[in-house]
Design a protein around this ligand. Sequence first.
Ligand SMILES: Cc1cc2nc3c(=O)[nH]c(=O)nc-3n(C[C@H](O)[C@H](O)[C@H](O)COP(=O)(O)OP(=O)(O)OC[C@H]3O[C@@H](n4cnc5c(N)ncnc54)[C@H](O)[C@@H]3O)c2cc1C
Length: 511
Amino acid sequence: MKSFVSVAALLSAALAQSTFEPSDFNVTEALLKNGVDCTSLKIIFGNDQVETRSESSYTSFVNAFWSNQQREIKPECIFKPEKALDVSTAVLISRLTDCPFAAKSGGHSPVPGGSNINGGITISFEKMNSLAISSDKKVLSFQPGHTWLSVYTFAEKQGVAVNGGRVSTVGVGGLTLGGGISYTSSANGLACDNVVSFEVVTASGIIINVSETQYADLYWALRGGGNNFGLVTKFNLEAFPLGQVWGGQRIYTQEAMPALIDAYFNLGQQEEDPKAHQILSFAFSAPNVALAIVELEYVAPVANATVMAEYNAINSPTIADTTGIKTLARLTTGLDESGASSPGRQLFITWSTKLDKDLATITKDIFYEELPTISDAAGLVPALSLQVLTKSLLQKTKKRGGNPLGLDPASGPLMNCLIAFSWTNKADDSRIHKFAERVRSRSVAAATAKGKSYPYLYMNYAAPWQNPIESYGSANKARLLNIAQKYDPTEVFQQLQPGYFKLQGAPMPMP
Ligand SMILES: Cc1cc2nc3c(=O)[nH]c(=O)nc-3n(C[C@H](O)[C@H](O)[C@H](O)COP(=O)(O)OP(=O)(O)OC[C@H]3O[C@@H](n4cnc5c(N)ncnc54)[C@H](O)[C@@H]3O)c2cc1C
């Protein structure tokens, strides 16, 4: 009897082992079979933090992306973390369920899928919006739920500023991780050069502080490497004292263009006064009027700074002039009001050359020559903007161990070219992208012929089929790949977060 019981017990134990938990039992597979997927975030975090497709808040979230191409993308769910640990959980759930994700700060990337993902988890940082200043007022800390307006408004009350964006609604996340050209860039470098430290959620969900002395390799990579290395849950930026500044926009008709290009070139070349800032844009207004728009700033409350004398002496009449003494926050709302945030489909394209007066004129002429091929597109608002990466700015990119952008101060100053478009109909996508590429390639060919070409592509202005990481140079790209391999060996931020400019290439082909 005794031996019968023990045989039965053994048999049932063996059965139990195979039926209820085999020795190679896989918890992940079991959870997946139970229907755990990315929407399970709702069970863990509740309605306030997770929006799904049937909810009206889901629709209003998707409709708030800056570009229509990003609005067309429908995530499986939208997750709104409140703290770094929530972000960590989202990354791990995404890995567990093999569910792709995207992360949104200000949602101003025009790249389709840059910060929104079809059928995956779109992580929106909107609930992560703390802001603080250190007791010595030298470091301003903010989470990625902020736009530059809220950062500057807070900073102003402390009598300080940081080196950030120039349009109020742009997010702190994308702009800082791709570089960040600021009003104060000639004095301080790019936004990324002024990051003292980052709080980052890595691919394995670990939350780390990254600085020049902690994880220095990752710190270098994050300052221009985009979304390829982790999700940043806090930025700590060097702050500096600032009161009011002078600046605004002047709009001119075509006749002022030669004088404006002279002034642009001379201001871009000078090295004595890094408080000056400029963007010279060439635009087009229906039915066929060419306009020049110059955005001028002087980062002190000085209306007639000597360095601005050539611009101030241009005697062609202005159609509008908003220059004046104001706060940095007010300046950023000025650019918004001027149409920097036109609704519709959006495209940026960028390239760089050495700063050269003739090239500025040639590039402007190419833009206007090619324009008739697309000028009948409904809702078209195109603008060619020329900026200068001044010598002083380029030198500052070597601060704190440098950044991966591959910018050589000895080659400066550089002319940064951007064409920004908005338009209405998807049917016009292909010809507008092709127009952009024609203008770029003709301008680059002209630069090459003059020995003035330069490889750098600014990530924050790149078209979805451009490859900024490649433009950083082969040594920097190899270093970035090694760093990614160290912190993200299974390529979570390359494969599970496929949107935006990846280490191995552009996110999409030209339509
Ligand atoms: C109207 C307008 C004005 C602009 N003005 C300037 C300017 O003055 N200077 C300048 O340099 N550029 C400027 N830009 C370009 C701007 O820097 C880029 O469009 C940038 O990507 C926008 O950042 P965002 O956070 O709003 O975008 P998002 O679309 O939210 O993010 C862009 C990318 O960054 C990633 N990302 C965002 N936050 C994080 C994070 N916390 N961790 C990891 N990845 C993250 C996203 O996943 C996405 O891939 C402007 C753009 C627009 C549309």
